[in-house]
Design a protein around this ligand. Structure first.
Ligand SMILES: [Zn+2]
Ligand SMILES: [Zn+2]
Ligand SMILES: [Zn+2]
Ligand SMILES: [Zn+2]
Ligand SMILES: [Zn+2]
Ligand SMILES: [Zn+2]
Ligand SMILES: [Zn+2]
Ligand SMILES: [Zn+2]
Length: 618
């Protein structure tokens, strides 16, 4: 009667009316909170349980329906079974018309599964075409299973996708996996030649063509390697001319001798091997600038004998001048060395004097310090003696007073023995006791005084001792410093001596070497002059005879004859040879002078060494 619906748990209440359990009215209105008494209406409940009803999965919610029975409508595609109220829950739990989600492909991530909801009987139909179902990749050999909605994406990247070669007209077919390998060999692929430039490694051939055309290009490529005709190294064709123009193995023409010579040996050739080099005159070193063919050299030497002699003389003059200037240099150096040695000896003496003075000063200071220490020691001993005397006196005084008190005591006791009353005796005894205490206090005071004196004395003695120790230490430090200074000075002097000796020895050696070289040069010149004289005389004689092509025997005979006939000419020869001798002796004199210089230098060095040794010893 309240909800106007089928009885839900019908009860009979106190007012005799049957209600649903939840519909029983409250006593005294809604505010009171107490319900009427009630009891289950068993007969009605049995009747309700057997009422025929439809399955809830025969109903669907009405669009826009609010609540209650009117919110639902009957669905002909739903469950058609007729139930009783009692069997409703059991049936509905297993009803094939219940709604459920598809859920394919049942993966672990719920977002990836199908969210489609349908009656259980319709799900089979849906799942056959569900976009979330797993399907096999259709490409041969792949074997992957992917969701139907993702198949296209997968197949776009599947390694087993069948492909054609993109380089028409190549007819190759294969999978995506094989395409990479094919592209490396595809005859129709566009490739770049890429041959390296041998002269400029950063450059290469940029020519592009189909791979099958590359071999043809390579035979005409500007960068193909070609062997240089001179050095045989392979050079890019483009650079060959440039290389061969500068190749160091290329042959160049020697314009002097007409020979083809490798470029890198050209300098050596002109210096050593060129046949035309003999065109220079033998006296070119002495200033002859003439050049002549190999056959003309002998006549050039004869014709220019005097000119050559003059050149040699000039050279000799220059050498002599050089010798003189060197000799002056050496003398200057020797004087400088002597002066420097003397200076250093003087300085050494000064340093030695200074050291001696410092040592004397140090000794005097040490003596002074020792004297002061002795004085302090004496002072300390005297003070100690004074204190001891005082102590003895105090002791004596204490002993005298003690004796005095003892005597007084004895006298009093004698006096009291006969005549004093007991009280008097006690009085006297008290006085005596007071006197004794007094004496004791006095003795204590004296002892304290002695104690104080003794402490003061010990403190003074300690201070004096410390002073004496400090003074002794200062003296030792000063003496050590002086010793170190002496050693440093000695070391510095020794180094200086060593450097001077090195310098002197080097100068002596250089001087001796130069003298030897001059000597050798003089000897060579002398030899050449003699040879020249020997060579010249017969020719001159033959020419004066007017038979240049005559035999040697004839020449000898002619020279003997002419020698006797033309004494003037012979005298001229002698004069020449005498001049030559003069030059020779000059050279020897120069060399002798140099030799003398060398001897002098050695003697000087030895004398210096002895002097140094003596000074070092001193
Ligand atoms: Zn059902
Ligand atoms: Zn689905
Ligand atoms: Zn696949
Ligand atoms: Zn291809
Ligand atoms: Zn190329
Ligand atoms: Zn070359
Ligand atoms: Zn040549
Ligand atoms: Zn010449």
């Amino acid at each position: 009667p309240i909800c106007a619906d089928v009885f839900n748990e019908p009860v009979v209440s106190d007012d005799g009316v049957t209600y649903c359990r939840t519909c029983v009215p409250l006593v005294g209105g809604a505010e009171s909170g107490g319900a009427l008494g009630q009891a289950p209406d068993e007969s009605l409940l049995g009747a309700v349980r057997h009422l025929p009803i439809a399955c809830r999965h025969a109903l669907v919610r009405r669009k826009g329906g609010d609540s209650g029975v009117t919110a639902w409508r009957y669905d002909h595609s739903g469950c058609q079974q007729t139930l009783t109220v009692a069997s409703r829950l059991e049936h509905e739990a297993s009803c094939h018309f219940a709604f459920a989600p598809c859920g394919l492909p049942f993966s672990d991530s719920p977002m990836d599964n199908c969210a489609h909801v349908a009656r259980k009987v319709a799900l089979e139909q849906h799942r056959r075409t569900c976009s979330h179902r797993l399907v096999d990749c259709t490409y041969k050999g792949c074997g992957r299973r992917v969701q139907a909605r993702k198949l296209a994406d997968h197949q776009n990247v599947c390694w087993h996708k069948p492909l054609e070669c993109p380089n028409a007209p190549c007819m190759w077919r294969g999978t995506r996996r094989e395409l990479g390998a094919h592209m490396d060999v595809c005859p129709e692929a566009e490739v770049v030649c890429g041959r390296e430039d041998t002269e400029r490694p950063s450059e290469c051939c940029k020519h592009g063509c189909r791979r099958r055309m590359l071999d043809i290009h390579r035979t005409q490529c500007d960068y193909r390697p070609v062997a240089c005709q001179y050095c045989k190294t392979h050079v890019s064709y483009l650079r060959l001319r440039q290389h061969e123009e500068t190749c160091e193995y290329r042959k160049v023409l020697c314009e002097d001798c007409g020979q083809m010579v490798p470029h890198r040996r050209f300098a050596e050739h002109t210096r050593l091997n060129c046949a035309a080099a003999s065109r220079r005159c033998e006296f070119a070193d002495y200033g002859c600038t003439d050049r002549c063919a190999p056959g003309e050299l002998a006549s050039h030497l004869i014709e220019n004998a005097h000119a050559h002699l003059r050149l040699v003389m000039l050279q000799l003059e220059r050498v002599k001048g050089d010798m003189t200037s060197w000799s002056e240099d050496v003398t200057g150096v020797r004087q400088a060395v002597i002066a420097s040695v003397q200076r250093s000896a003087e300085e050494l003496d000064q340093v030695r004097e200074q050291v001696n003075k410092m040592r004397a000063d140090g000794e005097a200071e040490t003596l002074e310090l020792r004297r002061r220490v002795d004085t302090l020691q004496r002072l300390y001993e005297e003070t100690e003696r004074g204190f001891r005397r005082q102590l003895v006196e105090v002791d004596e005084e204490v002993r005298q007073r003690t004796t005095l008190i003892a005597d007084e005591n004895r006298a009093l006791r004698e006096v009291l023995a006969g005549c004093l009353t007991h009280d008097q005796l006690r009085e006297v005894l008290r006085e005596v006791e007071a006197g004794r205490v007094n004496a004791k206090e006095q003795v204590e005071a004296v002892r304290a005084q002695v104690e104080r004196h003794s402490l003061a004395w010990e403190a003074d003695a300690g201070a004096l001792n410390a002073l004496a120790r400090d003074t002794a230490r200062e003296g030792a430090v000063a003496a050590k410093g002086l010793r170190e200074q002496c050693v440093d000075l000695a070391v510095a002097n020794k180094e200086r001596w060593g450097a001077l000796w090195g310098e002197m020895r080097a100068v002596g050696r250089a001087y001796a070497a130069e003298a030897t070289a001059c000597h050798a040069r003089g000897a060579v010149l002398e030899g050449r002059l003699e040879r020249l004289n020997e060579n010249n005389n017969p020719h001159l004689l033959v020419r004066s005879n007017g038979s240049g092509g005559a035999q040697q025997a004839q020449r000898d005979a002619a020279s003997r004859k002419l020698g006797s006939e033309h004494g003037g000419a012979a005298r001229g020869d002698r004069a020449d040879s005498a001049r030559g001798g003069g030059v020779g002796s000059d050279v020897r004199g120069g060399a002798g002078g140099a030799g003398g210089g060398e001897t002098n230098a050695m003697a000087f060095l030895q004398a210096g060494a002895l002097g140094g040794a003596r000074r070092g010893g001193g």
